[in-house]
Every structure is written in structure tokens, then in C-alpha cells.
Design a protein around this ligand. Structure first.
Ligand code: NAP
Length: 341
């Protein structure tokens, strides 16, 4: 095993989409399972705290990380089965998510089109159960493979074991840090139906005069909306949505709706009501505002941005100020969506 697999003091600036400055004391790129096994046999393995890094697109680095950062880059995409009602496809955890979505569509396998252009990797997608425009990956998930970093065993998680929730899974909770996801398999339906319930998407398709969209046309529409509304991380550092949409009970909603007649509401299957965090933040006057070098994106108040030279502490200071405003105005606690390290 090449000893230089383990690097020291690696800058992370280019490995997180916020462009935040930080270093990893120890760093290893994982391109193969064999490399991971070799790493686990090194004497340093047991003593160092570890952090698993994918595309760095849902991460706020608040300073240097003294432990070992594992950068997952495992590649590969394949169709592994064709069933009566579905195509089953599998991709390495290091594959770029959007490229993978485009690859499925190019093969004529629909099902992931609403999730086009979400930054990040295939392996990170199930961790927070990425979702957009009325679809979550939980709805297309078949299983994932992971290495148990405590025992070295390869384990498989099916849908139930992954415990998906709203932008949530077991890998964000009890299993956080224990399993390194190496591959994810998806079930793409042959009897596909377009999901066009979100107003922005329906409007975009109407503008394009598309009444019965194909999956590719939905992906194109989603991409156009995202490019208009969300900042390109290559130009303006960001991690997409910075806060989760809060869920409230009917009584809380009724109380708020009395005071704020335009308050958007999205009824959930379990009877709770989802509020739009971006609406609450905008209402508190934060849209387009800056606090030091961190700011709130002018086209979407749910997105915090690096105006240039921000560090993780600047970003968190802004996030805390927004949380305080929303708490004071609405009595609602906003929860952060990205991982803070
Ligand atoms: P939007 O259309 O301005 O809507 C604001 C919020 O209201 C969204 O967050 C969305 O919740 C909710 N919403 C809108 N229409 C809904 C409907 N018909 N049923 C249920 N909930 C509805 O949102 P946006 O900020 O431009 O984002 C568009 C989509 O991209 C959203 O689905 C958003 O979650 C997604 N997105 C995801 C990520 C990520 O996974 N990290 C990052 C950026 C954007 P939901 O967020 O629950 O969908």
C-alpha cells in the first residue's frame, strides 16, 4: 500500500463549495475499497478522529480539522438489473450527482429528473435524502453499500435500514461517521409519471408550452429554474439551502396565519404543516443583506453566500443572527441543513 496515500496538512478551500479556508491535519483520497482497507490497517487509523468528505457541498468548515479526512472518490456507473417494472442502476459514491442523473436520462431511464443540478456526490445523496421539486431520493432508492469503519465489514442498507426522513437519514444520526458509503443503487420506474406539482416547475413548463413533459424536459426545466434562482458555487460560494423548512402543528400554523395572512403552507401527509424558511427569513428583512463577508443571496433568502474571504465563523455568525430574528418574529427555531465541522 502506498504510504503517501496519507497526506498531511491539506488545504480544504477548493474542496468545499462555500470556499471556506481550513486545513485537514491528515487526509486520504479513497478511490478504491482496497485503499480504504489499507488505510484501516495503518497504526494512525485507530487514534485519529475521522470525517467523511464527499463533494463538500453541504459543509461549513469552522476551522482546521486535526483528524483524518476521508475524501470519497469511488467511481463507476452501471445498470445492474432490469425488472418487469423498473431499471436498477448503481453508482460509485464518488460520482458527481448531476452527471449521474444526466447519464440515467441519456439511457432513457426516468425517475431522477427533478433532482437535476443538485451539487454533490452520489454517496452523499442518501445521507440527507436530497430532495427538490416534490421528489426525494428515498422514493427511488434501492439500497446502498458501505464499509463499517469500526469492523471493516461491507454492509448493505436497504430502504428501511436507512430510516429516511425529511432531508434526513440514519447516516446523519445514529450511524453518522461510522459507515463510509461506497455505492448507491436506485430503482427507476418503467411506468413513470412526471412530478410537476411545484409551482415554479409547472410555470416553467407552461412557459415552454410543454403539456406532457418527458423526463429530459423536466430536467431541463429544473436546471433553468435552479440556474436563475441559485448561485453557481463556482462563482459565489454557497451550500444551497442553509436551513430546513420548519414543520409546525395546525394550531401553531393557525396562530401565525392570523398575523401573517400570506404565510405559505404545505400540508404534510402526517398532518403537520411545512413552512417556507426562505419566506420567514425574507420577511425578517434579511434577503440581500450582509453581515461582514457573509451574506443572504438576493434571489433566494434560504441561501447564505460567501461574498469573498468569509470563513466558517463569519457564516455561522450570520446564520445565528437570522435564527434569532426568525425566533423573535415568528417564535420558530430554524434548524441548519448543512453539516458544521
Ligand atoms: P420554492 O419553490 O421557493 O419554495 C419554497 C419552499 O416551499 C421550498 O423549500 C419547498 O419545500 C416548499 N414548497 C414549494 N412548493 C411546494 C409544494 N407544492 N409542496 C410542498 N412544498 C412546497 O423553493 P426553492 O428554494 O426555489 O427550491 C426549489 C426546490 O429545490 C425545493 O424543493 C428545495 O428543497 C430544492 N432545493 C434542495 C436543496 C437540497 O437538497 N439541499 C438545495 C436547494 C434547493 P421543500 O424544500 O421541502 O421542497
Amino acid at each position: 500500500m502506498p504510504v503517501d496515500l496519507l497526506q498531511r496538512n491539506v488545504p480544504l478551500h477548493g474542496l468545499n463549495s462555500f470556499g471556506l479556508p481550513a486545513h485537514a491535519g491528515w487526509f486520504a483520497s479513497i478511490d478504491t475499497l482496497a485503499q480504504l482497507t489499507a488505510l484501516m490497517n495503518l497504526p494512525e487509523w485507530a487514534s485519529l478522529p475521522r470525517f467523511i468528505l464527499g463533494g463538500g457541498s453541504n459543509l461549513v468548515l469552522t476551522g482546521d480539522f486535526a483528524g483524518l479526512m476521508l475524501h470519497v472518490r469511488i467511481a463507476g456507473r452501471e445498470q445492474i438489473a432490469e425488472e418487469m417494472d423498473a431499471w436498477i442502476v448503481r453508482a460509485g459514491a464518488g460520482e458527481n450527482w448531476h452527471d449521474f442523473v444526466c447519464w440515467t436520462l441519456a439511457h432513457g431511464w426516468p425517475g431522477l429528473e427533478n433532482l437535476a443540478l443538485i451539487p454533490g456526490t452520489v454517496g452523499a445523496a442518501p445521507v440527507q435524502n436530497i430532495g427538490a421539486y416534490g421528489l426525494e431520493i428515498a422514493e427511488r432508492f434501492e439500497y446502498l453499500e458501505a464499509v463499517d469503519l469500526e469492523t471493516g465489514k461491507i454492509v448493505r442498507f436497504d430502504h428501511a435500514a436507512s430510516q429516511f426522513g425529511y432531508r434526513d437519514s440514519v447516516f446523519k444520526r445514529e450511524a453518522a461517521g461510522r459507515y463510509l458509503i461506497t455505492a448507491v443503487a436506485f430503482r427507476l420506474p418503467k411506468r413513470w409519471r412526471p412530478v410537476t406539482c411545484y409551482a415554479d416547475l409547472a410555470q416553467e413548463l407552461e412557459t415552454r408550452q410543454i403539456a406532457s413533459p418527458t423526463a429530459r424536459q423536466i430536467a431541463d426545466a429544473v436546471m433553468a429554474i435552479r440556474l436563475r434562482k441559485l448561485p453557481d458555487p463556482a462563482r459565489i460560494g454557497n451550500v444551497g439551502s442553509f436551513f430546513k423548512n420548519p414543520l409546525v402543528d395546525a394550531a401553531t400554523f393557525a396562530h401565525l396565519a392570523d398575523r401573517y395572512p400570506g404565510l405559505p403552507r404545505y400540508l404534510q401527509p402526517n398532518g403537520t404543516i411545512k413552512l417556507a424558511a426562505g419566506w420567514l427569513i425574507e420577511r425578517c428583512g434579511w434577503k440581500g443583506r450582509n453581515l461582514g463577508p457573509a451574506g443572504v443571496y438576493e434571489h433566494q433568502a434560504l441561501v447564505l453566500v460567501n461574498r469573498g474571504g468569509a470563513n466558517g465563523v463569519d457564516v455561522l455568525r450570520l446564520a445565528r443572527a437570522i435564527q434569532a430574528s426568525v425566533q423573535t418574529e415568528f417564535g420558530i427555531e430554524l434548524e441548519l441543513e448543512p453539516v458544521v465541522l
